[in-house]
Design a protein around this ligand. Structure first.
Ligand code: SF4
Length: 888
């Protein structure tokens, strides 16, 4: 097989026909076509995939830029030294077996991920729950949707997402709760945008404390008080009753628990709701009127609901209003949990959550027996294991002595992440299976196992609408990397469990998974994909929505009004709203909300490799209202320290009137590999919903103070630098042809200029411009006419020049005299454009280019598209284009 080296660093053999696979990022689960065009791998939306119908977002479109091997873990390692697979696998098996023999099965744990393929997930769960005999396998999906799972099970008797994406297009009212869909699920948002354009009478209501990019589409934005959602939906339920909009026939036939539930909300008036939610009465009344009058309603809920110490109750308060009106199981009518990760749903299907068994079965004696018989399990777990936060607490206090982490980065993503790091540090044996060589988590690993990445492995994923799609490989695995299912199976065999883990490939695992879903099912369990057996068609499997029985696929659930409770009826539950666990006080007067940004994914291990995805937002930030910024003594663009008793982070202030007074927002993505002190997880209290175990990521009391930097600078180099020793604040940004490091510090050393040059560590001729003091310096290292490094230092940040045009100088084989002069002057010379911050990631269109085009007469999104192509590919930047157009 001939190896190709592509311009974007992908590896593999040439192929002519596009490979049909699935995007590895969010829960939308877009189908993509991967092809080699010229010398680059390109990724585009698959027009035949029902989830996206050819659409794609900025992250998906940039997948081709993330395939290089430069940061990959390619060989097994023990204690940081390369080893062979046999030694690594024997070590893992031996140490796990030893701990189990000495301390019992609950002294070991797996922490897995919604990034795993279903087949990987399946064998990991089988090994822990069926063969090791503990429930201690939990998944990072605990952090994003376990409240939805628990809410579904309480209401429906099963973890079932009733609707599908098409329902959003069929609805006359779409209510988005706690979701910045424009950035987090961009392709579903694009579908909604298109439908709204075709049917402007369709109404969209956004319920979110922040005015996000999603608000751009909303007819009504309810900027609700953080955490008050259950008040709003309880009030809605009472309003429906008052307005005689309850579907009593549906309730009598298909729902139980409605009497006490309606009693609980009785008397809850619009003024009371408005006060509790911090909303205008007229806005609450408008929302209630819209909901009351619109039969075809879909309510989409996401992390803003789930990530709460009362997340499950909030989920049920949403489901209550849909059950009360019979708006479920019908085209254009459903409560709709939209998941974060590409295979969060697949993880739920195989029992990746510690409190579930495989195939949507529970820890009941009947289910334990059934799964045990199916697996011929020698040591079936008898009770649920520890949920994520509790699991890491058990690592911290020494109850868990051997931990295997697969495809996730808990030292960044879990709450109280400094404590998680401490737990990993002290844990006697930590195994990390990952794609990348160094993460905040893998630095604590005793054994590192190189796992196959997207594009190198085969399997399936399930998206938010229950659609199972194939992921297909289009590159051979490099080095000695292996798929996760193979790694788990090999460890299982070495632990003496060969009879249960002899699968020859993912198709065989999928077949077993499908068979278990149908085993003694007969319609008693929602998850049934036995219709896919025998799996002769695994390679060509088309995207299908489960249940998949002999009757075919199922776009909508509960159309017949039958639910998976003992009575067959759905349950309404009385909900008493609860405030967030921790309240603000004098020391921590601001409420911290966390979430994603448009162009990054999780802890940036992949999206951080794509220069175009770091061109939009390149540093951690704290978004806050100008009023709060004034109170805190910080200003737009300045550095600030966000802190509470748990920890702190440094980030740039972004003033925004879309942020409520009293609350701030920070992104979840940055970590120690990209910045110093940028992990927002360090501040989050480890408090969770008592039922789901999902952490409260959205309401953490914090304080903000100025980070009084006395110097600011940036360094551009061809290789990444570790700036930890040189600067109090630093971020590392991958640009197209260089690395850029933004740096700042409280105090400056007398020889700072030389220190940084030492850090850069390259020999050559520096051309310089500096003042007599130590805080103005402009230097460039040029070798044989080629730019190797640029270093700027100033006392005030706003005296530093724009960076984007400087980055372009790294493209040149030889710098001209004009360019050398421009470089030191810090100004683009003639013919050297500074396009400003990138707004359109797909076509690299900068803010300055856009404002110039606007000044010259491009006064609409369409006109900007025609002139600069901005917004004409994935459309993710359109809300920002609109904001720019509206700017005075
Ligand atoms: Fe991937 Fe974007 Fe589709 Fe999500 S919306 S699956 S990130 S292409």
């Amino acid at each position: 097989m001939r190896t190709i080296a592509t311009a974007n660093g992908a590896h593999g053999a040439p192929y002519s026909a596009p490979i049909r696979t699935t995007c590895p990022y969010c829960g939308v689960g877009c189908g993509v076509l991967v092809s080699r065009e010229g010398d680059a791998i390109t990724v585009r939306g698959d027009p035949e995939h029902p989830a996206n119908l050819g659409r794609i977002c900025s992250k998906g479109a940039a997948l081709g830029e993330t395939l290089s091997l430069d940061d990959r873990l390619l060989y097994p390692e023990i204690n940081g030294e390369r080893t062979d697979w046999n030694t690594a696998l024997d070590t893992v098996a031996h140490r796990f077996a030893q701990v189990i023999a000495e301390h019992g099965p609950d002294a070991v744990a797996f922490y897995v991920s919604g990034q795993l393929l279903t087949e990987d997930y399946y064998v990991a769960n089988k090994l822990m729950k069926g063969y090791i005999g503990s429930g201690n396998i939990d998944t990072n999906s605990r952090l994003c949707m376990s409240s939805a799972v628990a809410g579904h099970k309480r209401a429906f008797g099963s973890d079932t997402v009733p609707g599908c994406y098409e329902d959003l297009e069929l609805a006359d009212l779409v209510v988005l709760v706690g979701s910045n869909m424009a950035w987090t699920h961009p392709v579903v948002f694009q579908r909604l945008v298109a439908e709204k354009k075709a049917r402007p009478e369709m109404q969209v209501v956004l319920i979110d404390p922040r005015g996000t990019a999603t608000a751009d589409l909303a007819d009504l934005h309810l900027g609700i008080k953080p955490g008050a959602d259950a008040w709003l939906f309880n009030g809605l339920l009472n309003h429906l009753k008052r307005e005689d909009a309850i579907d009593w026939t549906y309730l009598e036939a298909h729902v139980e628990g409605f009497g006490p539930t309606l009693q609980t909300v009785s008397g809850l008036s619009i003024p009371t709701v408005a006060t509790q939610c911090g909303l205008a009465e007229t806005d609450v009344a408008t929302f209630y009127r819209l909901f009351t009058q619109t039969t075809k309603t879909v309510t989409v809920f996401s992390q803003g609901i789930n990530q709460s110490s009362s997340g499950v109750d909030k989920v049920n308060s949403v489901i209550n209003v849909h059950l009360a009106t019979g708006r479920i199981g019908k085209p254009g009518a459903a409560p709709f949990s939209i998941t974060g990760q590409p295979n969060a749903m697949g993880g739920r299907e195989v029992g990746g959550l510690a409190n579930q068994l495989a195939a949507h079965m529970d820890f009941t004696s009947a289910d334990i027996d059934r799964v045990g018989r199916f697996w011929h399990a020698p040591n079936m777990a008898q009770q649920p294991g520890l949920k994520a936060v509790d699991l890491f607490e058990a690592v911290h206090d020494g109850r868990i002595k051997a931990l295997w982490i697969m495809a996730t980065n808990p030292a960044v993503s879990l709450p109280d992440s400094n404590r998680v790091a401490a737990a990993l540090h002290t844990c006697p044996f930590v195994v990390v299976s990952d794609v990348v060589s160094r993460t905040d988590t893998s630095v604590y690993a005793d054994v590192k196992l190189p796992a196959a990445a997207w594009g190198e492995k085969e399997g399936t994923v399930t998206n938010s609408e229950r659609r199972i799609s194939r992921q297909r490989s289009f590159m051979p695995a490099p080095g000695e990397v292996r798929p996760d299912w193979w790694i788990v199976n090999e460890v299982a065999k070495r632990m003496g469990f060969g009879e249960g883990f002899g699968h020859v490939g993912p198709a065989q695992i999928f077949s077993e998974h499908a068979a278990l879903s149908g085993f003694e099912n007969a319609g008693t369990r929602d998850f049934d994909i036995s219709g896919l057996l025998p799996p002769a068609s695994y390679d060509s499997l088309q995207p299908l929505q489960w249940p998949l029985t002999s009757q075919g696929e199922t776009p909508r659930m509960f159309a017949d009004g039958h639910f998976f409770t003992p009575s067959g009826k759905a349950r309404m539950l009385p909900i008493t709203p609860r405030a967030p666990m921790h309240a603000t006080d004098q020391a921590t007067p601001l409420l911290l909300n966390t979430g994603r940004i448009r162009d990054q994914w999780h802890t940036m291990t992949r999206t951080g490799k794509a220069a175009k995805l770091l061109a939009h937002i390149d540093q951690p930030f704290i978004e806050m209202h100008p009023h709060d910024a004034r109170q805190a003594g910080v200003e737009d663009g300045a550095l600030a320290r966000l802190s509470n008793a748990n920890g702190d982070m440094l980030a740039r202030v972004v003033e925004s009137r879309e942020q409520q007074i009293g609350s701030v927002f920070a992104p979840i993505h940055w970590n120690d590999q990209f910045t110093g002190r940028g992990r927002v997880g360090a501040l989050i209290h480890a408090v969770t919903d008592p039922i789901s175990g999902q952490p409260e990521f959205k309401q953490t009391p914090v304080t903000v103070a100025a980070y009084a930097a006395s110097w600011h600078g940036f360094v551009m180099t061809r290789e990444a630098l570790d700036c930890t020793a040189a600067a109090g604040y630093w971020t590392r940004v991958r640009a197209k042809t260089c690395w850029r490091h933004e740096i700042a510090g409280l105090e400056i050393a007398a020889d700072a200029q030389l220190q940084m040059r030492d850090l850069i560590g390259l020999a050559g001729d520096w051309i310089e411009m500096k003042d007599a003091g130590v805080t103005r310096y402009r230097g460039a290292l040029i070798q044989n006419g080629r730019l190797l490094a640029v270093y700027f230092l100033e006392r005030e940040a706003d005296r530093l020049p724009p960076r984007h045009w400087l980055e372009s100088l790294f493209d040149r084989e030889t710098l001209s005299d004009v360019e050398r002069r421009a470089l030191l002057l810090g100004r683009p010379g003639p013919g050297m454009a500074d396009n400003g911050r990138i707004i359109c990631a797909c076509f690299g269109v900068g803010e300055k280019s856009l404002t110039k085009a606007m000044a010259e007469g491009a006064t609409s999104v369409e006109a900007l598209g025609i002139q600069l192509k901005a917004g004409t590919n994935c459309g993710s930047c359109i809300p920002e284009l609109k904001h720019l157009l509206q700017r005075p």
